[in-house]
Design a protein around this ligand. Sequence first.
Ligand code: MN
Length: 233
Amino acid sequence: MKPIIGITCGSEKNSVGAGYIRAVEHADGIPIVLPVIGKHEAMCRYLDLIDGLLLSGGVDIAPLRFGEEPHPKLGNVDERRDAIELFLTKEALKRNMPIFAICRGIQTLNVAAGGTLYQDISQHTQSTIQHRQNADRWHGSHTISIKSDSSLFRIIGKRSVVVNSYHHQAVKETAKGFIVSARSKDQLIEAIESSEHDFVLGVQFHPELMWERNSDAFALFETFVEACKGISD
Ligand code: MN
């Protein structure tokens, strides 16, 4: 059976970019958008329904969620979304449900598992690379180096690829039980994965905007959906 993939979204419109939906569909999954509702009981029912959780991109996470006061360069936050996504992510981790986390998603994943974030990349003093590109959305603008002993390497099969980049935050301290699977040349974390779960991967770039032109980006969706099949069978 094709697995059902729950995709998170922001509370204002309860919608996600079409790229997430189409990428999941083309990778042979059945996408559904999980609206931001307040009841944990309902969220648990959603988790019963889905076979995999896709944490999508969006605004910043409120820094009190990881024990910090707001930095002057913090962007917009969405408190209702934080509450629901962090709850969903913690529950999905408990259930060993496959999780694929994109951009804000990698940050949600890391905070849910106990890690911290740079609220703005300017807090990372070595940063010398443009991480908010002024180029087409599918364009790979900077290089990432992939750790050879990682799921990300097993999926992509290359030590170095170019990715798009639209972030001003990044993972700071990686959550316990996670490894860094890719970094940019200025040493920012661009991908993390759990070493304690079957498939829990976060990327800082946006494969949902690249997959139609880039087989590496599509392979991430294919592998994620394949991992979710194990649950639905
Ligand atoms: Mn980047």
